[in-house]
Design a protein around this ligand. Structure first.
Ligand SMILES: [Zn+2]
Length: 460
């Protein structure tokens, strides 16, 4: 049996890992690389393997850095099943179509430039048509029920506690048990069940995004959120929350709903979710009640209450309604995408609100370097939005405990809990985090630890 990492090897995006067994190739995740434009273009257009030679694909979850290259894989000749949980399938219906739309717009934008400069025109990496075709190959597999993607390999999806539908994989082949974490979540996240803790394994393929960091506790986040909202309302201001359309938006809505329900935030405060993708994704959350944790069921679902809806909450899809929010008078909360403020409606809300000292911009997610979100997080005095400078007078608050990834102590306790563990592969992390996590594992007595280079093959 062989293992090769073709993506998310010494980096955090573009997950693609392969196990070969008895002449069959199984690809685990097929994500897009996100980063500098030229490198992303090269890595996302071409595969380091031949798609038609793959026998099965197993998808851990719907995030684009794990699923986003599937339409290209099918476009380039893959014709087998794409195994995933039912919620992941439903989420990918929206996520892949949205990603295809972005690819189409991106190539249109570049072609405008190319035309002017007399350069050759480019094709989108994939189109909405390609995404529709790829979605036909999806095959739903339930949690905790083993399936055989190829003869001689048995896989069971287990709860990863990372986003709705996310799974970690228990792989049994050639008498060995391999755990592939996918993206490993953390306990106590809103809505989601806590990650499954397997008892034993021979080999662990683990993510390491926060292999060198510890998170704040999720439990305190709710109180902090309530305080920030109430302080801003008192000043007569608005709370602007940039949030990813998938998972973070639903978690924040859920937390606000709990605050309103328990009387900690006024039930008269208008709350707006302004993102068409977030609206579609929230529908998937409503459908998949089977994936909720005990708390969500107890507070909401068991009483047939919608966790993602309450009287003053409005979901906005139409452009005119989004624009009308510019003229909203008085306190409110606006949750909008994109999560890092790089594009989308959030930029209009920031433009209209960051110069007013009564308002608060609340950061609840990761902000990559060089993004507008990072500049706001750094409290730069002046930021550019749509090419124009704006004074950042609004308060900036940060709640970073909503992270959907296990931190170093979660990762360590996951690995040390596994009886019989002999070999560890560290993937999906920046090198610095991986090296520090490796050191921590060594201190816990593990000796056979690999941090694969892209394309490096190991006999396992
Ligand atoms: Zn993820």
């Amino acid at each position: 049996m062989k293992f090769t990492s073709y993506g998310a090897a010494r980096e955090v995006t573009g997950s693609k890992h392969m196990i070969e067994i008895g002449g069959k190739k199984v690809l685990f995740d097929c994500g897009m690389f996100q980063g500098r434009r030229k490198e992303a273009e090269e890595k996302n257009r071409n595969f380091q393997f031949i798609p038609s030679e793959i026998d099965a694909v197993v998808l851990s979850h719907a995030h684009i850095d794990h699923s986003g290259s599937l339409p290209n894989l099918v476009k380039q000749g893959y014709k087998g099943a794409i195994h995933c949980t039912p919620a992941t399938h439903d989420l990918c219906n929206h996520m892949l179509m949205d990603s295809a739309y972005i690819q189409e717009r991106e190539s249109e934008y570049l072609n405008e430039k190319n035309r002017k400069q007399g350069d050759e025109l480019i094709e989108p990496i994939y189109t909405q048509e390609d995404a529709t075709l790829a979605l036909e190959y999806f095959k739903e597999q339930k949690y905790n029920e083993p399936f055989e993607p190829v003869p001689g390999m048995k896989i069971t999806f287990r709860e990863a506690g990372h986003i709705l539908g996310a799974a970690m994989l228990e792989i049994e082949a050639e008498g060995k048990k391999i755990i592939f974490t996918g993206d490993l979540g953390r306990k106590d996240l809103p809505v989601l069940r806590d990650p499954y803790k397997p008892e034993n394994a021979d080999i662990l393929i683990t993510e390491s995004t926060y292999g060198n960091r510890l998170h704040e506790s999720v439990v305190e986040a709710e109180d902090k959120l309530g305080d920030i909202i109430n302080r801003t309302i008192k000043k007569g201001g608005k709370v602007i929350i940039p949030a990813f359309a998938l998972e973070r938006t639903q978690e924040i809505v859920y937390a606000i709903h709990k605050l309103v329900k328990s009387g900690r935030v006024s039930e008269d405060l208008p709350v707006y979710v302004d993102s068409p993708l977030a609206v579609n994704v929230t529908e998937v959350f409503r459908k998949h009640k089977e994936a909720y944790d005990i708390e969500t069921n107890k507070i909401f679902a068991d009483n047939e209450e919608d966790p993602f809806g309450f009287s003053m909450l409005r979901y906005i899809t139409k452009v005119e309604e989004s624009k009308a929010l510019n003229h909203h008078v008085g306190p409110c909360i606006i949750i909008s995408a994109s999560g890092m403020c790089e594009f989308g409606r959030i930029n209009h809300h920031l433009k209209n609100n960051i110069e007013d000292h009564r308002n608060t911009v609340l950061i609840v997610g990761y902000m990559a370097e060089n993004t507008l979100g990072r500049k706001i997080l750094n409290k730069e005095g002046e930021v550019k939005i749509f090419g124009k400078p704006y004074r950042l007078n609004a308060e900036v608050e940060v709640i970073d405990s909503y992270s959907g990834h296990a931190d170093r102590s979660d990762l360590l306790s996951f690995a040390t809990h596994l009886k019989g563990l002999k070999k560890i592969f560290i993937v999906h992390g920046e090198e610095k985090a991986q090296m520090e996590y490796k050191k921590a594992l060594q201190q816990n007595g593990f000796t056979d630890i690999q941090i694969p280079q892209p394309g490096e093959t190991f006999e396992i």
